[in-house]
Write a protein that binds this ligand. Sequence first.
Ligand code: SF4
Length: 233
Amino acid sequence: MTISPKTIYDLLLDNFGHQHWWPVDKKYHQKQKSDPRFEIIVGAILTQNTAWANVEKALDNLKKHKALTINAFVHINEENLKIMIQPSGFFNQKARRLKLFAAYLHKKYQDDLQKFFSRDETEIRHELLSLRGIGPETADSILLYAGNHPTFVVDAYTKRICKRVPFQVLNDSYDDIKYFFENELQHTIPKKELVPVYKELHALLVKLAKNNCRKKKPDCHTCPLTRLCEKSL
Ligand code: SF4
């Protein structure tokens, strides 16, 4: 037996409801007249190798200093930035990456994220992957959640679930899993719904991995997929 991503999507959505990703402080950006998409970019870099709760603390520090804009990142002293983002861990590395990313957007796109995202998705992805510290997961998170481009995000949680649920994924590489989800969903979902479905499904898989499909001792008894899952315990 195999399961389709659409079946999983429907089951998880029924059980867990909408996850409202990517969380962005809209009120803050309305007040500051800043672009919320930059908060998503910063969050996608800060969340590398750390829990979201730590990212939130770093984002709160940045907001307190009204530093959540491309222009602020370009001009901020790197040592001060490290202090602000310290709760997210690996702050030396992340401060460097964020400064370089902001400098790139400033120089090439004049701080205009609309200009940056209003291009072909493949071209933007290629460009993102050429930047320091931006791997496939970060690039796809930025493209999907900040740019509203139809690209599926694969993370360690998705990889774990793919090993347990009977999906027809050929391999466990990032690209194989991404291709599998996109290929399946493109054939079952209208084109205009792909972006919201990719956003929601990724968030739902994270929820499943944290709630039930944990690394050690998965809680299969209360899992919405228990009847369909080969690895159900
Ligand atoms: S039934 Fe168990 S192994 Fe399968 S997805 Fe749910 S928690 Fe994971």
